[in-house]
Design a protein around this ligand. Structure first.
Ligand code: PLP
Length: 443
């Protein structure tokens, strides 16, 4: 007879690493957004669209470091650019040609991105754009859309995960709800929350609040709001308020810049005052940026002494990030953008047709190379309708786990991003795994 100890499966190297990490890192992982029980696999290295974990499993990576790796892992042109750059030193506190080249590359893709200042994260970019709008207008309040994620700056995370019943009856709009404990009450008072898909209500709220607002920040295809397009009528109401009341428009393209050569704004007819960028423009290194027309970006100009709003930092426009970012964008040209978007379209079609044919109440939303799975038959139009119902909240982690068991990493809410090393074989693998996982869940 074997005793209990002998019958237990040997501990995986990922499980051992998790135990070890818990001793020195609260929660045993640095990333709560990619956390799932019992613990995520520990990555050992990446190769193209694959992650190899500590236990030597090859996992098809659709999480792509929170959608920031448009070329997957260890993309040879990025490795070459970094190898060249690193031999010359890693930080100077002086301007370098690399930052000019990356800013020029952005301007060449979209004239609205005429000038840029780099920072180290999307969160920092959003914070700087909001401060830039305040410095320009002399007002301090902002408006944002319910449930939309713009990083972890206080104002940007208001009502990030508010509940449907959290509604301000007196004001007729979603209530401003703190996401993080310790959010100062002034932050809530200074952040107006707009519904993502209700144009009449948006227009009414903006009519009332418009004259006090420095900026409206939006992402027209926000992942947390279901990864569905913001209705044209809502965008029209925003544009009208900006024109009427002198509010500046910030479009957060930290994720969605990858959807078009010049980003997502041109696809929605948006002409932002500031665009916040991050993720793919850093080629896999930490990055953020604020871009916009020269007259708007002048608020950050320090050439004549103290700028109205300071935007800089010890590692801003780091030469390694600049080199990796330029290689990333150079190889994400018009043809590459079109190919990856078409691959995403093929994935959605294959999944949706497969789900429909099997009678499964499940649809894939998204655009271009970004996708998100919705359980249930209802139409998803905004953050509220995208919120999983209680039964779906229980099913999603099981679907996520089953897909991981089949060798594919999605984000915990079953969204994902394709990368350029992927092709039709990977689309088929993802679609088949999802359909199988949902079938097992429903039957
Ligand atoms: N804005 C959007 C739309 C994002 O999805 C994110 C991050 O996922 C951010 C801003 C913040 O970027 P970072 O994680 O680089 O701070």
């Amino acid at each position: 007879l074997r005793n209990n100890t002998e019958m237990e499966a040997p501990m995986t190297r990922s499980a051992a690493a998790f135990l070890r990490e818990q001793r020195v890192v609260p929660g045993g992982s640095m990333r709560h957004a990619s956390w799932f029980p019992p613990h995520p696999p520990y990555a050992a290295r990446g190769e193209g669209c694959w992650i190899v974990d500590l236990d030597n499993r090859r996992i098809l990576d659709c999480a792509n470091n929170f959608f920031s790796l448009v070329h997957g892992h260890a993309f040879p042109p990025i490795v070459a650019a970094l190898t060249d750059a690193i031999a010359n030193g890693t930080a100077f506190g002086l301007p370098m040609e690399g930052e000019i080249a990356l800013a020029e590359a952005l301007a060449a893709r979209n004239p609205r991105l005429a000038q840029t200042r780099f920072c180290n994260s999307g969160t920092e970019a959003v914070m700087a754009a909001i401060k830039g709008a305040r410095g320009t207008t002399g007002r301090h309040r902002i408006a944002k859309f319910e449930g939309c994620y713009h990083g972890s700056y206080d104002h940007a995370e208001v009502s990030l995960e508010s509940k449907p019943e959290e509604w301000d009856d007196a004001a007729g709009n979603p209530a401003s709800i703190a996401y993080a404990k310790g959010t100062p009450p002034a932050v809530l008072a200074d952040t107006v929350v707009l519904p993502y898909a209700d144009a009449d209500r948006c227009a009414a709220i903006l009519k009332r609040e418009g004259p006090t607002l420095a900026a409206i920040i939006l992402d027209p295809q926000a992942s947390k709001a279901g990864m569905v397009p913001m209705p044209a009528e809502v965008i029209a109401a925003v544009k009208e308020a900006c024109r009427r009341d002198g509010i500046l428009l910030i479009v957060d393209e930290v994720v969605n810049f990858r959807l078009g050569l010049g980003g997502i704004s041109p696809l929605f007819g948006l002409e932002p005052d500031f665009v916040t960028l991050g993720k793919i423009i850093g080629g896999g290194l930490p990055v953020g940026a604020v871009s916009g027309p020269a007259e708007r970006m002048a608020v950050f100009n320090h050439a004549q002494g103290k700028p109205k709003v300071a935007l800089g930092g010890t590692f801003s426009a780091n030469p390694l990030t600049m080199a990796a970012g330029l290689a990333s964008l150079t190889h994400y040209d018009e043809a590459a953008v079109a190919r990856l978007n078409a691959l995403g379209e093929a994935l959605r079609q294959r999944v949706n047709q497969g789900m429909e044919a099997a009678g499964l109440p499940c649809r894939m939303a998204g655009a271009g190379s970004l996708f998100r799975l919705h359980l249930g038959a209802r139409k998803v139009a905004d953050y509220r309708s995208a919120r999983p119902l209680p039964a779906e909240t229980e099913a999603l982690p099981r679907i996520h786990a089953a897909v991981l068991e089949a060798g594919i990493l999605l984000t915990p809410n079953c969204s994902g991003a394709l990368s350029t090393p992927m092709g039709e074989a990977q689309v088929a693998q993802i679609a088949d795994a999802l359909i199988q996982a949902v079938t097992a869940e429903v039957r």
